[in-house]
Design a binder for this molecule. Structure first.
Ligand SMILES: Cc1cc2nc3c(=O)[nH]c(=O)nc-3n(C[C@H](O)[C@H](O)[C@H](O)COP(=O)(O)O)c2cc1C
Length: 455
């Protein structure tokens, strides 16, 4: 059977989160993100398109690097308002049966004990369709509002996240034995306390005795997603991630990235195919190629210059407010998202001015655009999956949910016709749909199965 492609929808609980300024587009409904119907309709739509999951990005602060102020971010709705990513999931789960949900939660600011409970609860309510996009957070505005005086150095953030995962793995995998819940009405016995264990975790960052507050959920450990780009981030992904999100700007860059991630994964004692790699793309579909390019020009006109400059300042950690728009962006090291800066400073084909970078970044967070007819986009998808070794794609939107809708209506049937995309879901849980029927739990070579409690 030909290699099968997977998709996740990329969204955030904000109006037009990844295409800054597009909230004013006539087809955009992102301003309805504060209603349940918006979320339920999107979930039903993606399930109709047989997507693996809806990936919900998140930040816990404002984009206030630009001019050292939240003014531009507020005026132009730059991922602000920023509503909670977890809360709509229960409503979406109620109107779907197969679609997974991958909310983003920061391992820098959450507590492992309470996060383990939240995700176990959702894994129960969704019948095993939950993932966790593990991030370490890049904004200074997150740090100062969440109990720190400033953002922790990146290395330290990853060290903390690594121990964080060790704690939640112990809670999810080892605290409750599979048959701990007995429901014995005659003997007044709900669960067997002999089979519910403390984890007694004592580490550098966390002391968590346990036990876990929730009985085993269908997947126990939710599917672990991550998007590290730095060497430390890639090692973290190779150790823990079952799904990796990435932004690559060319097929060559993707090829290098996928080979590197798979090699690092093998070094961690896992198999190359134990990690599913999803580059992000923004599809711009027309009934002819010319119409698609016209559409692209129209979308660019709706991008907010100042709002995107504020977004890019937050992503790169550089205050662009004092830059001349025609000034080139220079190469440097950043504690924010290095990859977002490298996109514009390490491009072998071009030197980017701020104005050009902003125009690019304003649509789909600067991700690569696949522009053309449904057949042309399907060709590109096939090429990136085979030559670039991607397992699937993370679909960004210009206007929401119209971009998803066009993709589901036009590109999905084309891929199905080519025999490279499912017509039915394979399993019940998210992990089964990503890896095959029967794989409900993390495999034995994953660190979640190896985390040792001291009991
Ligand atoms: C597709 C994609 C989505 C991301 N979503 C988030 C997010 O929602 N919240 C967040 O704090 N970071 C997000 N990131 C940033 C990553 O977690 C990570 O910090 C970044 O890619 C840089 O990697 P590094 O920290 O290893 O340098 C995302 C990155 C990518 C490529």
């Amino acid at each position: 059977m030909a290699k099968q492609i997977h998709f996740n929808g990329f969204i955030q609980n904000s109006p037009s989160p990844h295409s800054t300024g597009l909230w004013k587009h006539e087809k955009d409904e992102g301003v309805k993100h504060n209603t349940l119907t918006y979320w339920m309709d999107i979930a039903k739509l993606l399930e109709r398109g047989k997507f693996d999951s809806l990936f919900i990005a998140d930040v816990l602060g404002t984009y206030s690097v630009y001019n050292n102020s939240h003014q531009a971010a507020t005026e132009h709705a730059v991922q602000l308002p920023a509503h909670d990513p977890l809360i709509p999931i229960a409503a979406m789960a109620a109107v779907t049966e197969h679609l997974g949900f991958a909310p983003t939660i920061s391992a820098t600011y959450a507590q492992p004990y309470s996060l383990a409970r939240q995700l176990s609860t959702l894994d129960h309510l969704t019948n095993g369709r939950v993932a966790w996009n593990v991030v370490t957070s890049y904004l200074e505005s997150e740090a100062v509002n969440l109990g720190l005086t400033s953002r922790l150095p990146k290395e330290l953030r990853y060290d903390r996240a690594d121990e964080f995962l060790e704690v939640v793995y112990k809670l999810w995998e080892q605290s409750w034995e599979a048959n701990a819940v007995v429901y014995n009405r005659e003997n007044d016995r709900f669960a067997d306390p002999e089979k519910v264990h403390l984890i007694n975790h004592e580490g550098r960052f966390f002391q968590v005795p346990g036990p876990h507050l929730v009985e085993p959920s269908p997947q126990r450990t939710p599917v672990i997603f991550q998007a590290g780009a730095s060497p430390k981030g890639r090692d973290f992904a190779a150790k823990h991630a079952e799904g990796v999100f990435t932004k690559n700007h060319s097929l060559d860059a993707l090829k290098n990235y996928t080979a590197d991630i798979r090699n690092r994964t093998v070094k961690q004692g896992r198999n190359r195919e134990d990690v599913r790699i999803f580059p992000m793309i923004l599809p711009i579909i027309g009934s002819t190629e010319e119409e698609a390019y016209q559409k692209y020009e129209g979308l660019k006109e709706q991008v907010s210059y100042e709002g995107t400059a504020a977004l890019l300042s937050g992503h790169t950690g550089i205050d662009f407010s004092s830059y001349d728009p025609d000034q080139y962006i220079e190469d440097m090291e950043t504690e924010a998202v290095q990859g977002n800066l490298d996109m514009y400073t390490k491009d072998p084909n071009k030197k980017w001015t701020l104005r050009e970078a902003v125009k690019n970044h304003g649509l789909g967070n600067g991700t690569v655009k696949f522009i053309g007819t449904a057949e042309q986009i399907a060709d590109k998808i096939e090429e990136w999956a085979t030559v670039g070794d991607a397992d699937g794609f993370n679909i960004a939107q210009s206007y929401s949910p119209g971009t998803f809708q066009e993709f589901v209506d036009y590109v999905i049937p084309e891929l199905q016709q080519r025999g490279i995309y499912r017509t039915e879901y394979e399993g019940k849980t998210l992990r089964e749909n990503m890896f095959g029927k029967g794989r409900r739990h993390v495999p034995d070579n994953h660190p979640a199965r190896k985390a040792q409690t001291t009991v």
